[in-house]
Design a protein around this ligand. Structure first.
Ligand code: SF4
Length: 334
């Protein structure tokens, strides 16, 4: 399940949003003995992750079909893939059985089971009705220890960046107001590239040093990007092309008001505080700024981050550093 195979077997052409020179979209055509013939936009990275590696599934046709079903029936591929992978984990651990799944062998790697379960989720049929609630609530409904193995932050299932090998992402998932989201910060980019997002040297993805400062600046930048309704893919940390300087120029061109980076950061910080206060009012507080226990307990078994997990003490230090930088302890009554 890599770009080369995808391109050689399925991608027919690029697709662009209006007037964008990047044209990051892909149109894929599938002619499958199992899933029939269909055309779909994608799959992109997160979909390949969610229905591919996360579900132990290397069948590209089923991944693209899952993409098509999600698009057509209005489901998020990251959350849907996570819900099915969670069910597969529960099945293999004996937390759920074929009695729960109406006889379905919900094992990792079963591409056809993914497709069947996706349809059940969309139409809230059988066990699909439970998974349609998302991982957090599904775990609560299942019980039998499912909550302790469920992977989510504040009820949101994570995208394809494992925080055990990216310590900035670990902090960013934990503090993000909507949970394990990558778009509020895009901390995975500087962590993966090993460079600070807006200049100023290097950053080590496996170290806890400097991550709080980086996450704060990334959040501030991206909240302004969101307010200006800009595409994230043209505001990429490190390479831009739109970074702080361009953002201030764009703001001035559109509004006629001259702004500096400092004034935008001040506005961004204000927005972050208001969003925090909204969450507090709705019952989410400091205790929710954390990660699933498994990221603290279970080391990665293979790959470039083999042996890594999130160290609780270091994580707490990073968290406190972040609160201090945000000034939350002074302005928010937790
Ligand atoms: S970079 Fe953004 S605006 Fe351009 S085609 Fe991709 S999603 Fe659309």
């Amino acid at each position: 399940i890599n770009a080369e195979t995808l391109k050689s077997r399925f991608v027919k052409r690029n697709k662009s949003c209006f007037a964008c020179a990047v044209a990051c979209g892909k149109i894929s055509v599938v002619k499958s003995a199992t899933y029939g013939e269909f055309t779909v936009e994608g799959p992109e990275y997160e979909t390949l992750f969610a229905f591919g590696s996360l579900c132990g599934n290397d069948d590209l046709e089923s991944i693209i079909k899952a993409n098509e079903i999600c698009d057509r029936l209005g489901m998020d591929t990251i959350s849907a893939g996570n819900a099915i992978a969670f069910a597969m984990y529960c099945y293999e651990k004996g937390i759920i059985t074929q009695e729960d799944t109406e006889g379905m062998e919900l094992k990792f790697g079963n591409g056809q089971a993914i497709i069947t379960m996706l349809e059940k989720i969309a139409y809230r049929k059988g066990f699909g009705n439970v998974l349609a609630e998302g991982v957090k609530r599904a775990a609560e409904i299942i019980g039998r220890g499912a909550e302790s193995v469920a992977i989510h932050v504040k009820g949101l299932e994570p995208p394809g960046y494992d925080p055990r090998g990216l310590k900035g992402v670990a902090l960013a998932y934990a503090v993000s107001c909507r949970g394990a989201c990558h778009l509020r910060h895009m901390a995975y980019r500087p962590n993966l590239v090993g460079q600070r997002p807006f200049g100023g040297g290097t950053i080590n993805r496996l170290s806890y040093e400097g991550q709080a400062e980086m996450v704060k600046e990334l959040e501030d930048f991206h909240v302004i990007v969101d307010c200006m309704v800009l595409c994230k893919f043209v505001c990429l940390p490190i390479i831009g092309p739109i970074l702080w300087d361009e953002l201030t120029k764009l703001y001035s061109i559109i509004t006629g008001i001259e702004v500096s980076k400092e004034s935008l950061v001040k506005t961004a910080s204000h927005i972050q505080t208001i969003v925090r206060e909204f969450n507090l009012r709705e019952g989410l507080s400091k205790k929710d700024d954390t990660l699933p226990q498994r990221f603290f307990d279970e080391e990665l078994k293979t790959g470039a981050s083999k042996g890594e997990k999130v160290q609780r003490e270091e994580f707490e230090k990073m968290l406190n550093e972040y609160y201090k930088l945000r000034g939350f302890d002074e302005v928010i009554t937790w």
